[in-house]
Design a protein around this ligand. Structure first.
Ligand SMILES: NC(=O)C1=CN([C@@H]2O[C@H](COP(=O)(O)OP(=O)(O)OC[C@H]3O[C@@H](n4cnc5c(N)ncnc54)[C@H](OP(=O)(O)O)[C@@H]3O)[C@@H](O)[C@H]2O)C=CC1
Ligand SMILES: CCCCCCCCCCCCCCCC(=O)[C@@H](N)CO
Length: 352
Protein backbone atom coordinates (compact mmCIF):
# COMPACT_ATOMS: atom_id res chain seq x y z
CA UNK A 1 0.00 0.00 0.00
CA UNK A 2 1.40 3.41 -0.96
CA UNK A 3 1.54 6.07 1.65
CA UNK A 4 -1.22 8.01 -0.14
CA UNK A 5 -3.50 4.99 -0.05
CA UNK A 6 -2.71 4.45 3.60
CA UNK A 7 -3.66 8.05 4.42
CA UNK A 8 -6.83 7.71 2.35
CA UNK A 9 -7.95 4.61 4.17
CA UNK A 10 -7.08 6.09 7.55
CA UNK A 11 -9.11 9.21 6.74
CA UNK A 12 -12.06 7.24 5.46
CA UNK A 13 -11.89 5.14 8.58
CA UNK A 14 -11.78 8.28 10.72
CA UNK A 15 -14.83 9.71 9.01
CA UNK A 16 -16.71 6.48 9.02
CA UNK A 17 -20.00 6.40 10.92
CA UNK A 18 -18.55 4.41 13.80
CA UNK A 19 -15.79 6.83 14.74
CA UNK A 20 -18.24 9.79 14.89
CA UNK A 21 -19.81 8.09 17.85
CA UNK A 22 -16.54 8.55 19.70
CA UNK A 23 -16.86 12.31 19.28
CA UNK A 24 -20.44 12.47 20.51
CA UNK A 25 -19.65 12.87 24.24
CA UNK A 26 -17.31 15.76 23.44
CA UNK A 27 -19.87 17.45 21.22
CA UNK A 28 -22.50 17.05 23.91
CA UNK A 29 -20.14 18.44 26.50
CA UNK A 30 -19.46 21.42 24.27
CA UNK A 31 -23.18 22.05 23.74
CA UNK A 32 -23.89 21.83 27.47
CA UNK A 33 -20.97 24.19 28.23
CA UNK A 34 -22.25 26.65 25.60
CA UNK A 35 -25.71 26.54 27.20
CA UNK A 36 -24.27 27.17 30.66
CA UNK A 37 -22.19 30.11 29.43
CA UNK A 38 -25.20 31.57 27.59
CA UNK A 39 -27.38 31.10 30.67
CA UNK A 40 -24.86 32.78 32.98
CA UNK A 41 -24.45 35.67 30.53
CA UNK A 42 -28.22 36.04 30.33
CA UNK A 43 -28.50 36.02 34.12
CA UNK A 44 -25.87 38.76 34.33
CA UNK A 45 -27.73 40.86 31.79
CA UNK A 46 -31.16 40.27 33.29
CA UNK A 47 -30.27 40.59 36.99
CA UNK A 48 -30.00 44.41 37.03
CA UNK A 49 -33.25 44.57 35.07
CA UNK A 50 -35.41 42.86 37.67
CA UNK A 51 -37.98 45.35 38.95
CA UNK A 52 -38.20 46.00 42.71
CA UNK A 53 -41.38 45.35 44.65
CA UNK A 54 -43.44 48.57 44.88
CA UNK A 55 -43.60 50.35 48.24
CA UNK A 56 -46.99 50.50 49.95
CA UNK A 57 -47.65 54.19 50.66
CA UNK A 58 -50.71 53.42 52.78
CA UNK A 59 -49.50 53.66 56.39
CA UNK A 60 -45.91 54.44 55.33
CA UNK A 61 -43.92 57.24 57.00
CA UNK A 62 -42.67 59.75 54.41
CA UNK A 63 -40.28 62.58 55.32
CA UNK A 64 -40.17 65.52 52.91
CA UNK A 65 -37.45 68.16 53.26
CA UNK A 66 -38.45 71.45 51.63
CA UNK A 67 -41.99 70.24 52.23
CA UNK A 68 -43.38 73.68 53.07
CA UNK A 69 -43.53 75.01 49.53
CA UNK A 70 -43.67 74.22 45.80
CA UNK A 71 -42.72 70.75 44.60
CA UNK A 72 -41.99 69.42 48.11
CA UNK A 73 -45.40 70.44 49.41
CA UNK A 74 -47.11 68.81 46.42
CA UNK A 75 -45.13 65.61 46.96
CA UNK A 76 -46.29 65.53 50.59
CA UNK A 77 -49.90 66.09 49.50
CA UNK A 78 -49.65 63.36 46.86
CA UNK A 79 -48.33 60.86 49.42
CA UNK A 80 -51.03 61.87 51.92
CA UNK A 81 -53.64 61.14 49.26
CA UNK A 82 -52.28 57.58 49.22
CA UNK A 83 -52.62 57.17 52.98
CA UNK A 84 -49.06 58.00 54.07
CA UNK A 85 -47.98 59.63 57.36
CA UNK A 86 -45.94 62.77 56.70
CA UNK A 87 -43.11 64.69 58.33
CA UNK A 88 -42.52 68.09 56.72
CA UNK A 89 -39.07 69.59 57.21
CA UNK A 90 -38.13 73.23 56.49
CA UNK A 91 -36.76 76.35 58.20
CA UNK A 92 -39.61 78.85 58.15
CA UNK A 93 -42.20 77.90 60.78
CA UNK A 94 -44.96 80.10 59.37
CA UNK A 95 -44.77 78.48 55.93
CA UNK A 96 -44.66 75.04 57.56
CA UNK A 97 -47.86 75.61 59.56
CA UNK A 98 -49.62 76.73 56.39
CA UNK A 99 -48.36 73.74 54.40
CA UNK A 100 -49.33 71.28 57.16
CA UNK A 101 -52.92 72.52 56.93
CA UNK A 102 -52.96 72.02 53.17
CA UNK A 103 -51.50 68.53 53.46
CA UNK A 104 -54.05 67.56 56.13
CA UNK A 105 -56.87 68.47 53.74
CA UNK A 106 -55.72 65.58 51.50
CA UNK A 107 -56.35 62.90 54.15
CA UNK A 108 -58.11 59.71 53.08
CA UNK A 109 -58.58 58.29 56.59
CA UNK A 110 -58.73 59.71 60.13
CA UNK A 111 -55.67 57.83 61.40
CA UNK A 112 -53.28 59.81 59.21
CA UNK A 113 -50.90 62.28 60.87
CA UNK A 114 -48.80 65.09 59.46
CA UNK A 115 -46.10 66.66 61.64
CA UNK A 116 -43.75 69.50 60.83
CA UNK A 117 -40.16 70.05 61.92
CA UNK A 118 -38.31 73.36 61.89
CA UNK A 119 -34.77 72.42 60.94
CA UNK A 120 -32.84 71.66 57.85
CA UNK A 121 -29.40 70.14 57.71
CA UNK A 122 -29.54 68.50 61.12
CA UNK A 123 -32.85 66.82 60.58
CA UNK A 124 -34.26 65.61 63.91
CA UNK A 125 -34.75 62.06 62.82
CA UNK A 126 -35.19 60.54 66.28
CA UNK A 127 -38.07 62.87 67.05
CA UNK A 128 -39.84 62.09 63.76
CA UNK A 129 -39.32 58.36 64.26
CA UNK A 130 -40.63 58.48 67.83
CA UNK A 131 -43.76 60.21 66.57
CA UNK A 132 -44.50 58.33 63.36
CA UNK A 133 -42.26 55.27 63.34
CA UNK A 134 -39.28 54.41 61.15
CA UNK A 135 -38.95 56.33 57.90
CA UNK A 136 -40.06 54.38 54.83
CA UNK A 137 -39.37 57.08 52.29
CA UNK A 138 -37.18 60.18 52.43
CA UNK A 139 -37.75 62.91 49.85
CA UNK A 140 -34.82 65.34 49.61
CA UNK A 141 -36.51 68.33 48.01
CA UNK A 142 -35.14 71.34 49.93
CA UNK A 143 -33.19 73.47 47.55
CA UNK A 144 -32.84 76.74 45.80
CA UNK A 145 -31.30 78.17 42.67
CA UNK A 146 -28.98 80.98 41.70
CA UNK A 147 -28.60 82.11 38.11
CA UNK A 148 -26.25 84.60 36.53
CA UNK A 149 -23.16 84.86 34.37
CA UNK A 150 -20.21 82.90 35.75
CA UNK A 151 -18.00 85.91 36.46
CA UNK A 152 -20.89 87.83 38.02
CA UNK A 153 -21.89 85.18 40.56
CA UNK A 154 -20.05 85.72 43.83
CA UNK A 155 -17.65 82.95 44.80
CA UNK A 156 -19.41 82.09 48.06
CA UNK A 157 -22.66 81.49 46.15
CA UNK A 158 -21.06 78.44 44.54
CA UNK A 159 -20.40 77.17 48.04
CA UNK A 160 -23.93 77.97 49.12
CA UNK A 161 -25.40 75.98 46.23
CA UNK A 162 -23.39 72.91 47.20
CA UNK A 163 -24.33 73.33 50.84
CA UNK A 164 -28.06 73.71 50.31
CA UNK A 165 -28.69 71.47 47.29
CA UNK A 166 -26.04 68.80 47.75
CA UNK A 167 -25.09 68.60 51.45
CA UNK A 168 -28.71 69.47 52.33
CA UNK A 169 -29.54 66.08 50.79
CA UNK A 170 -26.59 64.17 52.24
CA UNK A 171 -27.35 64.91 55.92
CA UNK A 172 -31.01 63.82 55.99
CA UNK A 173 -30.09 60.69 54.02
CA UNK A 174 -27.40 59.87 56.59
CA UNK A 175 -29.99 60.30 59.32
CA UNK A 176 -32.37 57.66 57.94
CA UNK A 177 -30.18 55.15 56.13
CA UNK A 178 -29.01 53.00 59.05
CA UNK A 179 -32.54 52.16 60.15
CA UNK A 180 -33.55 51.51 56.54
CA UNK A 181 -30.64 49.07 56.18
CA UNK A 182 -31.62 47.29 59.38
CA UNK A 183 -35.21 46.98 58.21
CA UNK A 184 -34.08 46.02 54.70
CA UNK A 185 -36.53 48.37 53.08
CA UNK A 186 -36.87 52.00 52.05
CA UNK A 187 -36.90 54.63 49.37
CA UNK A 188 -34.68 57.69 49.01
CA UNK A 189 -35.58 60.42 46.54
CA UNK A 190 -33.32 63.24 45.41
CA UNK A 191 -34.93 66.15 43.59
CA UNK A 192 -32.37 67.22 41.01
CA UNK A 193 -33.41 69.12 37.86
CA UNK A 194 -33.14 68.91 34.07
CA UNK A 195 -30.26 71.30 34.75
CA UNK A 196 -28.70 68.37 36.65
CA UNK A 197 -28.36 66.50 33.36
CA UNK A 198 -27.32 69.35 31.09
CA UNK A 199 -25.20 72.38 31.96
CA UNK A 200 -26.93 75.56 30.82
CA UNK A 201 -26.02 79.21 30.35
CA UNK A 202 -26.48 81.00 33.69
CA UNK A 203 -26.40 77.86 35.82
CA UNK A 204 -22.64 77.55 36.50
CA UNK A 205 -23.35 77.57 40.25
CA UNK A 206 -26.67 75.70 40.24
CA UNK A 207 -26.09 72.87 37.72
CA UNK A 208 -23.05 71.33 39.47
CA UNK A 209 -24.99 71.08 42.74
CA UNK A 210 -27.71 69.14 40.90
CA UNK A 211 -25.22 67.01 38.92
CA UNK A 212 -23.66 66.08 42.28
CA UNK A 213 -26.94 64.48 43.37
CA UNK A 214 -26.78 62.08 40.43
CA UNK A 215 -23.29 60.91 41.47
CA UNK A 216 -24.42 60.49 45.04
CA UNK A 217 -27.53 58.60 43.97
CA UNK A 218 -25.65 56.18 41.69
CA UNK A 219 -23.05 55.31 44.32
CA UNK A 220 -25.66 55.03 47.06
CA UNK A 221 -27.92 52.82 44.94
CA UNK A 222 -25.10 50.33 44.36
CA UNK A 223 -24.50 50.14 48.12
CA UNK A 224 -28.17 49.90 49.04
CA UNK A 225 -29.57 47.49 46.47
CA UNK A 226 -28.80 44.32 48.49
CA UNK A 227 -30.71 45.90 51.39
CA UNK A 228 -33.81 46.37 49.25
CA UNK A 229 -33.48 50.17 49.41
CA UNK A 230 -34.20 51.99 46.16
CA UNK A 231 -32.96 55.43 45.15
CA UNK A 232 -34.78 57.76 42.75
CA UNK A 233 -33.43 60.94 41.18
CA UNK A 234 -36.07 63.33 39.81
CA UNK A 235 -35.23 65.70 36.97
CA UNK A 236 -38.09 68.22 36.71
CA UNK A 237 -38.14 71.03 34.13
CA UNK A 238 -39.13 74.61 35.11
CA UNK A 239 -42.02 74.24 37.54
CA UNK A 240 -44.49 76.93 38.59
CA UNK A 241 -43.57 77.38 42.28
CA UNK A 242 -42.71 80.28 44.65
CA UNK A 243 -39.04 79.30 44.20
CA UNK A 244 -39.35 79.56 40.43
CA UNK A 245 -41.03 82.99 40.66
CA UNK A 246 -38.19 84.17 42.86
CA UNK A 247 -35.58 82.82 40.46
CA UNK A 248 -37.18 84.57 37.49
CA UNK A 249 -36.59 87.99 39.05
CA UNK A 250 -32.87 87.84 38.28
CA UNK A 251 -32.55 85.15 35.59
CA UNK A 252 -30.49 86.04 32.51
CA UNK A 253 -32.50 86.22 29.27
CA UNK A 254 -30.47 83.36 27.75
CA UNK A 255 -31.32 81.03 30.65
CA UNK A 256 -35.01 81.89 30.31
CA UNK A 257 -35.09 81.30 26.54
CA UNK A 258 -33.16 78.02 26.72
CA UNK A 259 -35.22 76.67 29.65
CA UNK A 260 -38.44 77.52 27.83
CA UNK A 261 -37.62 74.70 25.38
CA UNK A 262 -38.83 72.19 27.95
CA UNK A 263 -41.81 74.39 29.02
CA UNK A 264 -43.17 75.15 32.50
CA UNK A 265 -45.14 72.53 34.36
CA UNK A 266 -47.33 72.44 37.46
CA UNK A 267 -45.92 71.15 40.76
CA UNK A 268 -48.93 68.84 41.28
CA UNK A 269 -48.18 67.04 38.01
CA UNK A 270 -44.47 66.74 38.82
CA UNK A 271 -45.34 65.38 42.28
CA UNK A 272 -47.61 62.69 40.81
CA UNK A 273 -44.92 61.43 38.45
CA UNK A 274 -42.03 61.45 40.92
CA UNK A 275 -44.03 59.76 43.69
CA UNK A 276 -45.09 57.02 41.28
CA UNK A 277 -41.48 56.49 40.17
CA UNK A 278 -40.19 56.38 43.74
CA UNK A 279 -42.87 53.90 44.78
CA UNK A 280 -41.88 51.66 41.88
CA UNK A 281 -38.22 52.08 42.76
CA UNK A 282 -37.26 53.57 39.37
CA UNK A 283 -33.81 55.15 39.42
CA UNK A 284 -34.61 58.14 37.27
CA UNK A 285 -37.80 60.11 37.11
CA UNK A 286 -38.30 62.49 34.23
CA UNK A 287 -41.14 64.70 33.12
CA UNK A 288 -42.50 65.42 29.62
CA UNK A 289 -41.14 64.37 26.21
CA UNK A 290 -37.96 66.49 26.49
CA UNK A 291 -37.33 65.15 29.96
CA UNK A 292 -37.78 61.59 28.76
CA UNK A 293 -35.33 62.06 25.87
CA UNK A 294 -32.84 63.83 28.09
CA UNK A 295 -32.79 61.13 30.75
CA UNK A 296 -32.62 58.30 28.20
CA UNK A 297 -29.77 60.07 26.41
CA UNK A 298 -27.81 60.64 29.61
CA UNK A 299 -28.43 57.22 31.18
CA UNK A 300 -24.68 56.42 31.09
CA UNK A 301 -23.94 53.77 33.74
CA UNK A 302 -26.97 54.53 35.88
CA UNK A 303 -29.01 51.57 37.19
CA UNK A 304 -31.95 50.16 35.23
CA UNK A 305 -35.07 48.82 36.88
CA UNK A 306 -36.99 47.16 34.06
CA UNK A 307 -36.36 45.27 30.84
CA UNK A 308 -38.41 47.79 28.84
CA UNK A 309 -36.34 50.67 30.20
CA UNK A 310 -33.09 48.94 29.20
CA UNK A 311 -34.36 48.10 25.72
CA UNK A 312 -35.69 51.63 25.17
CA UNK A 313 -32.30 53.08 26.05
CA UNK A 314 -30.48 50.71 23.67
CA UNK A 315 -32.80 51.45 20.77
CA UNK A 316 -33.21 55.24 21.17
CA UNK A 317 -29.67 56.36 22.07
CA UNK A 318 -28.50 57.22 18.52
CA UNK A 319 -31.74 58.89 17.56
CA UNK A 320 -31.84 61.05 20.70
CA UNK A 321 -28.22 62.14 20.21
CA UNK A 322 -29.15 63.25 16.71
CA UNK A 323 -32.08 65.28 18.06
CA UNK A 324 -29.82 66.66 20.82
CA UNK A 325 -27.44 68.12 18.23
CA UNK A 326 -30.30 70.25 16.89
CA UNK A 327 -31.17 71.42 20.42
CA UNK A 328 -27.52 72.31 21.08
CA UNK A 329 -27.41 74.25 17.82
CA UNK A 330 -30.49 76.23 18.82
CA UNK A 331 -29.08 76.95 22.31
CA UNK A 332 -25.84 78.23 20.75
CA UNK A 333 -27.79 80.52 18.48
CA UNK A 334 -29.84 81.88 21.41
CA UNK A 335 -26.61 82.72 23.25
CA UNK A 336 -25.07 84.33 20.14
CA UNK A 337 -28.17 86.41 19.36
CA UNK A 338 -28.43 87.67 22.94
CA UNK A 339 -24.76 88.67 22.89
CA UNK A 340 -25.10 90.59 19.62
CA UNK A 341 -28.24 92.32 20.90
CA UNK A 342 -26.50 93.37 24.10
CA UNK A 343 -23.51 94.74 22.21
CA UNK A 344 -25.76 96.68 19.87
CA UNK A 345 -27.76 98.25 22.68
CA UNK A 346 -24.52 99.11 24.51
CA UNK A 347 -23.19 100.83 21.38
CA UNK A 348 -26.47 102.71 20.98
CA UNK A 349 -26.29 103.87 24.61
CA UNK A 350 -22.77 105.18 24.03
CA UNK A 351 -23.84 107.15 20.92
CA UNK A 352 -26.56 108.86 22.92
N1 LIG B 1 -39.27 75.12 40.43
C1 LIG B 1 -38.48 74.70 39.49
O1 LIG B 1 -38.49 75.23 38.37
C2 LIG B 1 -37.57 73.55 39.72
C3 LIG B 1 -37.16 73.18 40.98
N2 LIG B 1 -36.31 72.14 41.17
C4 LIG B 1 -35.85 71.78 42.50
O2 LIG B 1 -36.95 71.37 43.29
C5 LIG B 1 -36.76 71.69 44.63
C6 LIG B 1 -37.93 72.49 45.15
O3 LIG B 1 -38.07 73.63 44.37
P1 LIG B 1 -39.32 74.62 44.47
O4 LIG B 1 -40.50 73.87 44.88
O5 LIG B 1 -39.34 75.40 43.24
O6 LIG B 1 -38.78 75.56 45.63
P2 LIG B 1 -39.52 76.51 46.70
O7 LIG B 1 -38.62 77.67 46.86
O8 LIG B 1 -40.93 76.77 46.33
O9 LIG B 1 -39.45 75.61 48.02
C7 LIG B 1 -38.22 75.31 48.55
C8 LIG B 1 -38.38 74.54 49.81
O10 LIG B 1 -37.10 74.21 50.31
C9 LIG B 1 -36.92 74.80 51.60
N3 LIG B 1 -35.54 75.29 51.73
C10 LIG B 1 -34.62 74.76 52.51
N4 LIG B 1 -33.48 75.40 52.47
C11 LIG B 1 -33.63 76.37 51.63
C12 LIG B 1 -32.79 77.40 51.21
N5 LIG B 1 -31.55 77.53 51.67
N6 LIG B 1 -33.27 78.26 50.30
C13 LIG B 1 -34.52 78.15 49.87
N7 LIG B 1 -35.37 77.20 50.26
C14 LIG B 1 -34.93 76.32 51.14
C15 LIG B 1 -37.96 75.89 51.71
O11 LIG B 1 -38.40 76.11 53.02
P3 LIG B 1 -37.64 77.11 54.03
O12 LIG B 1 -37.21 78.28 53.20
O13 LIG B 1 -38.61 77.44 55.07
O14 LIG B 1 -36.50 76.33 54.57
C16 LIG B 1 -39.09 75.32 50.88
O15 LIG B 1 -39.86 74.42 51.65
C17 LIG B 1 -35.44 72.44 44.70
O16 LIG B 1 -34.43 71.55 45.06
C18 LIG B 1 -35.24 72.93 43.28
O17 LIG B 1 -33.89 73.08 42.96
C19 LIG B 1 -35.87 71.42 40.11
C20 LIG B 1 -36.26 71.71 38.85
C21 LIG B 1 -37.14 72.80 38.55
C1 LIG C 1 -32.78 64.61 23.02
C2 LIG C 1 -32.31 65.71 23.87
C3 LIG C 1 -33.39 66.56 24.37
C4 LIG C 1 -32.81 67.73 25.07
C5 LIG C 1 -33.82 68.59 25.70
C6 LIG C 1 -33.14 69.69 26.40
C7 LIG C 1 -34.06 70.58 27.15
C8 LIG C 1 -33.24 71.46 28.05
C9 LIG C 1 -34.07 72.34 28.89
C10 LIG C 1 -33.41 72.56 30.21
C11 LIG C 1 -34.34 73.18 31.17
C12 LIG C 1 -33.70 73.33 32.51
C13 LIG C 1 -34.70 73.74 33.53
C14 LIG C 1 -34.08 73.90 34.87
C15 LIG C 1 -35.13 74.19 35.90
C16 LIG C 1 -34.56 74.48 37.23
O1 LIG C 1 -33.92 73.66 37.80
C17 LIG C 1 -34.80 75.79 37.86
N1 LIG C 1 -35.99 76.40 37.39
C18 LIG C 1 -34.83 75.67 39.35
O2 LIG C 1 -35.46 76.70 39.99
Amino acid sequence: MSSEEALGSALSHWFSFNSWWLLLPFVMLLVVAAFIVAFVLLLYMISPLISPKPLKLNGAHVVVTGGSSGIGKCIAMECYKHGAFITLVARDEHKLVQAKKEVEKCAINDKQVCISLVCLYIFKCTYAQEKLGPVDMLVNCAGTSISGKFEEVEVDRFKKMMEVNYLGSVYPTRAVITTMKERRMGRIMFVSSQAGLIGLFGYTAYSPSKFALRGLAEALQMEMKPYNIYVTVAYPPDTDTPGFAEENKTKPLETKLISETAGVCQPEQVAKVVVKDAVQGNFSSSFGPDGYMLSALTCGMSPVTSITEGLQQIVTMGLFRTIALFYLGSFDSIVRRCMIQREQSKAADKRE
